[in-house]
Design a protein around this ligand. Structure first.
Ligand code: UDX
Length: 456
């Protein structure tokens, strides 16, 4: 099928490259001419495992082309709108989506079949469908959300748990085209109305974020009671009704989706006069996690962090990406500096960009050239992102350069045995190995079949 994609960002590029890989002819349109030129040269502006290969495959086969003007959509069966939905403050906005769909509707030579893939607040797609039909009664709109995680987006696209197609009663032909597009993946395709489809997307994200916050609050409780939160979530996750995925405690959730959406959903409910106290509690709970971690560190050190030197390992919002948006590791840096600590940070892919982003917010930390450098003269080390290399550090070499003996591991990535052998105390948050904490046996490791959700 000949299709077009508007927007060459995270969602648009992954969508276009994967659909070209599935033997469709895909034309990508982006208003950023420089970005289009880079992509035409095979230079992929985002870090996503497997994406470079698919884009180079599409360029080589001619199935994937990049354009900077809307007329490239002419002749396509349908056009997928995958433009950004965050404003400068990181809050959800429909502005770019609305501009894209009305621009297409006003171009009589552009496809009359629109597929919106950008995340929409429930009720938006129905309004946009009415807007474009007022411009041209032939316009038809579907909402087809993505459920892709950064650093896993290609796999999540090609092997989804489900495809959701939201449409009005008038869009049967467009729904059939989407089924034709997705059927080769052999995964469940769920048809529903526009507003239910929007709600599935948003509610899925907010529920996953709530699951994480539940685990984070459990970590706080376990730190107080001496339980092992990782044994607790392992045991909970063995219940098929709960599931182990997205139940790992950490410094809080970040990224371009969860934080903005856990703020937007209660706001949307409030617009309808609906109270959602449970959903509204997710954002403040998440905000608290970094504060709790720094409090724990001060308790373990037995001193205020004022004037302390702290090494911070990891700045991105999770491992495998260079994305710093609403990163909990940056939030940890902010809280540490707020307590008067001098922070030196290293990240495998985003040290300087993380330091610069904090500097723009008036928070000054120092960059380190390598992970061991954050240990030099450090009173403590904090691990904020679960980069695998942080699980393989040479603590025997690093410990002697430190002033203090404590590692606060917010991601349970540190090799505790190696660190303990080097004379260091590891506080795996929620699994307290601080002096005096009740030692707990290693969590029972249950062999989880590869590929099962719990293995995520
Ligand atoms: C999320 C959703 O997972 C995805 O379906 C949606 O399409 C986009 O938003 P993403 O934000 O890219 O994906 O990454 P994800 O892997 O979900 O992680 C989000 C945050 O939660 C990260 O900061 C991560 O470190 C954190 N997290 C995740 C936890 O703290 N614990 C977990 O168990 C899982």
């Amino acid at each position: 099928m000949l299709i077009s994609v508007i927007g060459a960002g995270y969602v648009g590029l992954v969508t276009a490259a994967c659909l070209a890989h599935l033997d469709n002819d895909v034309r990508v349109v982006d208003i950023d001419a420089a970005r289009v030129e880079r992509l035409r040269a095979g230079d992929v502006p985002i870090r996503e495992p497997g994406l470079d290969e698919l884009i180079h495959e599409g360029l080589a086969s001619g199935r994937l082309t990049f354009h900077s003007t809307q007329d490239a959509t002419h002749g396509s069966s349908l056009v997928i709108v995958a433009v950004g939905t965050l404003d400068r403050a990181g809050e959800w906005t429909v502005d770019l989506v609305q501009k894209a769909v009305t621009g297409l509707a006003n171009d009589a030579a552009a496809p009359r079949h629109l597929v919106i893939r950008s995340t929409l607040m429930p009720g938006t797609a129905v309004r946009l469908a009415g807007l474009v039909r007022d411009i041209d009664p032939r316009m038809r709109v579907c909402f087809n959300p993505e459920f892709t995680r950064e650093a896993n987006a290609v796999r999540d696209f090609l092997e989804p748990d489900r495809v959701v197609v939201g449409a009005g009663d008038d869009a049967a032909a467009l729904v059939a085209e989407l089924h034709q597009l997705y059927e080769p993946m052999g995964k469940p395709i769920m048809d529903t109305d526009l507003t239910s489809a929007e709600t599935i997307k948003l509610a899925s994200n907010v529920f996953l974020a709530a699951k994480i916050s539940f685990a984070n609050e459990l970590a706080r409780l376990c730190a107080a009671t001496g339980a092992d939160v990782h044994a607790v979530v392992d045991g909970m996750g063995l219940d098929a009704r709960i599931g182990r995925a997205f139940l790992s405690p950490g410094p809080g959730f970040g990224g371009s989706c969860f934080p903005s959406q856990v703020r937007a959903l209660p706001d949307l409910a409030a617009e309808y006069g609906v109270v959602t106290p449970l959903i509204a509690a997710v954002a403040p709970s998440n905000h608290e996690q970094a504060i709790w971690i720094v409090d724990r560190l001060e308790q373990v050190l037995g001193r205020s962090l004022a004037g302390a030197r702290v090494g911070l390992l990891g700045l991105t919002f999770k491992a495998g990406t260079d994305d710093l948006r609403e990163s909990p590791a940056l939030r940890l840096a902010e809280v540490l500096v707020g307590r008067g600590a001098q922070v030196t940070a290293f990240d495998p892919v985003a040290t300087q960009s993380g330091v610069d982003q904090l500097a723009r917010a008036g928070i000054s930390i120092r960059p380190a050239a390598a992970a061991p450098d954050v240990a030099v003269d450090a009173d403590a080390i904090v691990v904020g992102t679960e980069w695998p290399e942080f699980g393989r550090l040479d603590w025997a070499a690093m410990a002697p350069t430190m002033r203090g003996r404590v590692i606060a591991d917010a991601r349970r990535i540190v090799d505790r045995t190696a660190a303990n052998d080097a004379g260091l105390t590891v506080v795996t948050l929620g699994v307290e190995h601080a002096p005096g904490a009740r030692t707990t046996p290693e969590p029972v490791r249950v062999a989880v079949p590869v590929g099962s959700p719990a293995a995520v």
